[in-house]
Design a protein around this ligand. Structure first.
Ligand code: PAF
Length: 281
């Protein structure tokens, strides 16, 4: 496994692989890798001859009041996980390698990015689309792997690839959960022991929502209110949003009659956690 810090070196390696007719899978990450990332890497390993993992805490997807500097980093551990999972290249650029000082070109999207997490993070998806588009231009992967936990990100990237004719297949991978149901996330490390216990309420509430939908409840507001009521019982939890949206266009639905995403963001203490389920009709 090689760890490369420059775009030129990555391109050189990928060019060599492509000459040999090998396929390339990319797993874009911000590091601090956990078993959720590992599942993406394993899938990439299964489906491609070569695997590149990018580890880059992308400054332009953080808002002014967000946790860029505090975002956890541990390259040593990340390298071990990658090595064990059969990664060929870790691409770990500095911000100056990715962004010229006078960088001024962005990949932006008019729809899909304003609802859900876009409501409180108005510039986030512009930052995500821009860096992912750049990573696709650098690595030219045949396939790229994203977790369903960031359901909005996955839908947005699928749309970007469709709209911009990017020759990369986007593979969504299932949410990996701890034994008690909490979705695995780098941000879980911010939780105190008490907050960690409380945070199970996100997946519990979603399961209740799923039961209601499975039992035929079609009124989205009824399901959303039931989910909110469960979360509101926890004094340490504060809801950012709970919504039922169309799975593809991510707009709120009143009546559940197509495939939907039930998505939430909840602060547990100061940590903002997200989780979701999909319900297919
Ligand atoms: O999901 C993430 O970790 C990031 O948003 C991504 C896709 C690596 C872009 O920086």
């Amino acid at each position: 496994m090689k760890t490369l810090m420059t775009i030129a070196e990555v391109r050189e390696n990928v060019k060599e692989w492509k000459k040999q007719g090998l396929t390339v899978g990319l797993v874009p990450t911000m590091g601090y890798l956990h078993k959720g990332h590992k599942s993406l890497i394993e899938k990439a390993h299964e489906e491609n001859d070569k695997v590149v993992v990018s580890i880059f805490v992308n400054p332009i997807q953080f808002g002014v009041n967000e946790d860029l500097d505090a975002y956890p980093r541990d390259l040593e551990n990340d390298s071990k996980l990658c090595e064990g999972a059969g990664v060929d290249i870790i691409f770990h650029p500095q911000a100056t390698e990715m962004y010229f000082e006078d960088f001024c070109t962005y990949t932006d999207m008019e729809k899909l990015t304003h609802n859900l997490c876009g409501m409180s993070r108005p510039t986030h998806f512009r930052g995500v689309c821009t860096v992912v588009n750049k990573l696709f231009n650098i690595v030219a992967p045949d396939k790229a792997y994203f977790g369903q936990k960031d359901a909005q990100q996955l839908a947005v990237i699928k749309r970007m690839v469709r709209d911009l004719n990017i020759d990369t297949e986007i593979i969504g991978c299932p949410i990996v959960r701890e034994d008690d149901g909490l979705a695995v996330s780098s941000r879980n490390t911010y939780l105190s022991a008490e907050e960690r216990k409380v945070s199970v309420v996100l997946s519990k509430a979603l399961q209740e929502g799923r039961k209601m939908l499975e039992n035929g409840e079609k009124n989205a507001a009824v399901v959303v209110n039931a989910i909110k009521a469960i979360i509101e019982k926890e004094p340490l939890a504060k809801i950012d949003y709970v919504k039922i949206v169309d799975s593809e266009i991510l707009e709120d639905v009143e009546t559940v009659e197509k495939n939907v995403l039930v998505a939430m963001a909840v602060y547990v203490g100061k940590t903002r956690l997200i989780d979701n389920i999909t319900f297919e009709i």
